[in-house]
Write a protein that binds this ligand. Structure first.
Ligand SMILES: Cc1cc2nc3c(=O)[nH]c(=O)nc-3n(C[C@H](O)[C@H](O)[C@H](O)COP(=O)(O)O)c2cc1C
Length: 190
């Protein structure tokens, strides 16, 4: 068994801020930015699906939506994760990883199987962002054992910089960690 990589110092801070949210689904919602083909910004909410190692995280999306194409063109991204109970904002900078095909297939399959039938159903809907088709089927569930759709995509984001702003005290507290400096904590003015 390979020894697990040590966790960078922001990981326990993020975990305790998430724990403050209790069982709220909001603790897993974050915003993902991308650049459209014309260079203008796009941002949307996604569900955090787990860590991959100590500094990469997994998101799931529909390959027929805009973001996978935007990230393929410009893999650099920033995620914003607001944890209101902890009055904390994490800004995570990184880039989309291209996984070896075998690993990618395995990881997509693993995530697909972990989803509930209701969670999976969205990938059985017609293409996102196209004009609404009232005749189309929008299943409420895709049962266990449903085949993995080609448009079920894993976005694995490798993080290179994390910034945390906490509004809990006076003055507010702002810190940054960068991979290039060994994730050493850098205090910043808020
Ligand atoms: C609370 C919440 C969670 C969402 N989770 C996801 C998700 O995990 N994956 C996803 O692709 N879209 C998710 N969406 C929908 C996206 O925000 C977005 O509308 C959709 O993916 C289309 O984005 P795009 O056209 O920019 O690609 C979620 C939306 C909300 C409001």
């Amino acid at each position: 068994m390979p020894t697990p990589e040590p966790l960078p110092p922001w990981r326990p801070l993020l975990r305790s801020a998430r724990e403050r949210e209790g069982r709220s689904p909001q603790a897993r919602w974050l915003q993902l930015a991308s650049a459209a083909a014309d260079g203008t910004p796009r941002v949307r909410t996604l569900v955090f699906r787990g860590w991959s190692g100590s500094t990469a995280l997994d998101l799931l999306t529909d390959g027929r939506s805009a973001k996978p194409t935007e990230l393929a063109r410009q893999p650099a991204t920033e995620l914003c994760w607001l944890l209101p109970r902890a009055r904390s904002q994490f800004r995570l900078r990184g880039s989309l990883l291209t996984l070896p095909p075998e690993l990618e297939r395995r990881e997509r399959e693993r995530h697909w199987q972990m989803l509930s039938p209701g969670g999976r159903a969205l990938w059985g809907w017609p293409p996102p962002g196209e004009p609404f088709d009232r005749e189309a089927a929008f299943p409420e569930q895709l049962p266990d054992g449903s085949p993995l759709p080609a448009h079920f995509l894993l976005l694995r984001i490798a993080l290179a910089q994390v910034e945390l702003l906490e509004l809990t005290g006076h003055p507010h507290r702002r810190r940054r960690w960068r991979e290039q400096t060994g994730w050493q904590e850098e205090p910043l003015n808020p």
